[in-house]
Design a protein. Sequence first.
Length: 431
Amino acid sequence: MTTSSEHWKMPTWVVAGTLSFIPLLMVLGNSVLIPVLPTMERALHVSKFQVSLVITLFSVPAGVIIPIAGFLSDRISRKWIVGPSLIIFGLGGVMAGFVSMWIKHPYSLLLVGRIVQGIGAAGTAPIAMAWIGDLFSGSERSRILGINEAGNAMGKVVSPIIGSVVALLGWFVVFFVFPILCIPIALFVWWFLPDDGSHRGQAQPFRQYFGSLKTVATREGRWLFTSYLAGAASLFTLFGVLFYLSDVLESKYGMNGVLKGLVLAIPLLFLSAASLITGMIIRSRRVLMKWMVVLGFAVMATSLAISLWTASRMWVLLATMSATALGTGMVLPCLNTFITSAVSKEQRGIVTSLYGSVRFLGVAAGPPVFTWLLSSSSTVMMVSVALLSVCLAILSAWLIRPSKDESGSRDEKGTISSEDRSQFGRKPSRF
């Protein structure tokens, strides 16, 4: 049976743009709610920790399901996972929105709707990243992954603004943003994007598949683990900082509504710009990618340390938080390129999905851990997170050791060649 993607040939920029829009949708899942969390806390009569679970119970199910989605995308195809996942993501938003409108005490069922959304989100952005890895290679892959991460970051930029504007109609209305965006994109993905070429009946036997994953873990485990940890720590810090900043803007400076959304968008704009520029300049230069990761964590640690003395001045605090976001934008495109280029197409879905999973768990941990640290003092919170960034900078400098810079070559199917993979696997001892 043929699909419409065999009849419609979409320009490269449309394919790249659509796959880069999917992370934006996934980011909306959490970021669009950040400006309305204080309002939600009051409306639902719950504690600060309980309202943080609205973020956590979206991210944890996604983090758990993402590896399964990646495995299935390797066995079936990227399209068969991404399309239905977007639909589930949207329907979870419908559920959360309606129970918040119609039920007097909706908190528990609202969390169920968020869990459904998290399950749907598991099959979106991480699989889109693997899909990009299938279709592009070399410096083109780095550039498009930079655009992909910029799409992710742009979602963070517009989310607070969208959340603040939509919440003027009612805090629960933000949940209906998801189906409005997800369902049309799901249909476009299904009908117009090229399939990645993996079809049922052509996948590796299970024993061979898991044997190849074991080989990847043995050969490249140390640097992959470091990259996974770095991705999780980056987003843990980012979402914790945003949660903290949102609370400070409202509780200390009396800022809410659209104005607060616009202010929260400033650090995220720095993140988006840094991701886009980093993706453009790193190309296939793996040594440069490594030192960009180290530098990004150094920027994050420095800005967090400086913020200890700036909390009393809003615009200076905002500048340090923006610098933290900028450091995150330097780190993520480099990690994305490392991970999607480390393995062949047959294992790319599960390897990138495990990366997506730990990123989600980092997001899930951010708000509650920052709340817990803040219960001691803002000094404890900032020092702890700054030290975490220092540790990640040291680990990245020590364990990520690319052997040389060289552009990967694309075969006739657009997948990464054995020469490109060998940039990571030729000398296992160096990792």
